[in-house]
Write a protein that binds this ligand. Structure first.
Ligand SMILES: *[C@@H]1O[C@H](CO)[C@@H](O)[C@H](O)[C@H]1NC(C)=O
Ligand SMILES: *[C@@H]1O[C@H](CO)[C@@H](O)[C@H](O)[C@H]1NC(C)=O
Ligand SMILES: *[C@@H]1O[C@H](CO)[C@@H](O)[C@H](O)[C@H]1NC(C)=O
Length: 342
């Protein structure tokens, strides 16, 4: 008799627990409503808030799963999602030093503010007021929390084989739109052009063929991959796309040769510093123009590598999501942004 009562009581308690569990499941808040930039059908593990479209240009962002096989990312520009965002990406150029444009709401615990910048220090003002503001850096510079070079070489699946170059009917080209007489690259161009005929394309010069740099540059043997300013690791698409993807020999003006060699085989490019004068560089180009075998050696890298060109802006955004997923709960902030980014 007593035992049966006990059993019934236990059953009643069990049912009550089940019922309350069921209720609490029902009362869970609804999952976040869908938003245009997010991947559908799946509750995102990570929300990345893009504070502005870089340079104010609206861009379509495909989802990170399709592009890079990074799952569970929601990329959004909807500032209402700020309290739910694990990371907020702030493009430096659109901030400048105007801290009043930073998020005004309190920063949720664990949220990271990501300083995103792909310009060189020469073209990045207002850094001094940003010490202690950001948690992560994302830039082309080695040592960034999220390091994203403008491009890189990656090993080919099958090595060997013959390198087939596009047919070459011209000597040397340069594409330039931001013409500035004070830039080292313009000064060098003036000197070099006294010894070789350089075909110049861009805003104030000849138009690109079919709006395509690669199409325009491919018939040239050399390309002037001259950076707008000289800083460590500042090696842009002028090298990766304009020169390498066009199968031309890059003549680089930027950081040191040693720095370039951290990215490229030493025998795949010509550095302006390899020659004591622009005239000597011009003579070397003319020698290579005559010597097919020596010229072709510059393309040995193609047997082993392909060029990866960074996709702006999907790639940086998705890398932020990936970094959030990988990160442990360690707190950090960038106390020395101005002195680090030089
Ligand atoms: C800084 O940003 C605020 C808010 O957008 C704006 O009102 C102000 O004019 C900006 N200041 C400067 C110096 O650009
Ligand atoms: C350039 O564009 C024209 C017109 O669209 C096209 O007919 C031509 O094939 C293109 N040239 C190359 C080399 O792709
Ligand atoms: C991010 O930086 C802020 C400001 O320095 C700091 O208060 C916060 O603890 C940091 N958060 C993380 C997750 O590192």
């Amino acid at each position: 008799m007593h035992r049966r009562l006990c059993r019934r009581l236990a059953l009643a308690i069990f049912v009550a627990i089940l019922l309350s569990l069921y209720r609490s499941v029902q009362e869970l808040p609804p999952v976040n409503p869908p938003h245009p930039l997010q991947n559908r059908g799946q509750v995102p593990a990570v929300t990345v808030l893009i504070w502005w479209y870089p340079f104010g240009r609206k861009t379509q962002v495909k989802d990170c799963d399709t592009l890079y096989n990074i799952k569970g990312c929601r990329l959004t520009t909807n500032r209402q999602l700020y309290p739910l965002s694990q990371a907020v990406v702030i493009h430096h150029r659109d901030l400048g030093g105007n801290v009043s444009q930073l998020p005004a709401e309190r920063r949720p615990a664990g949220q990271r503010w990501v300083w995103m910048n792909f310009e060189s220090p020469t073209h990045s003002s207002g850094l001094e007021v940003l010490n202690g503001v950001f948690n992560w850096t994302m830039s082309y510079k080695r040592g960034s929390d999220i390091f994203i070079p403008y491009g890189y070489l990656y090993p080919r699946k099958s090595t060997g084989g013959k390198v087939v170059l596009p047919s070459k009917s011209n000597l040397v080209a340069w594409v330039i739109s931001h013409w500035n007489e004070d830039h080292a690259r313009v000064k060098y161009y003036y000197q070099l052009s006294r010894h070789v005929d350089i075909h110049v394309y861009g805003k104030y010069h000849q138009q690109l063929q079919n709006d395509s740099i690669v199409l325009t540059i491919s018939p040239y043997k050399f390309y002037l991959a001259f950076e707008n300013s000289q800083h460590v690791d500042y090696i842009t698409e002028k090298l990766w796309r304009n020169a390498l993807m066009s199968s031309t020999v890059p003549i680089v003006l930027g950081p040191s040769r040693a720095n370039y060699e951290q990215y490229l085989p030493a025998d795949s490019f010509i550095h302006v510093d390899d020659f004591s004068t622009p005239k000597k560089l011009a003579q070397h180009m003319m020698f290579l123009d005559k010597s097919g075998r020596s010229y072709r050696k510059y393309f040995d890298w193609q047997k082993r590598y392909n060029v990866h060109l960074t996709k702006f802006w999907e790639e940086p955004y998705c890398k932020v999501c990936e970094a959030v997923k990988r990160a442990r709960a360690n707190y950090k902030f960038i106390s020395n942004l101005a002195s680090w980014f030089q």
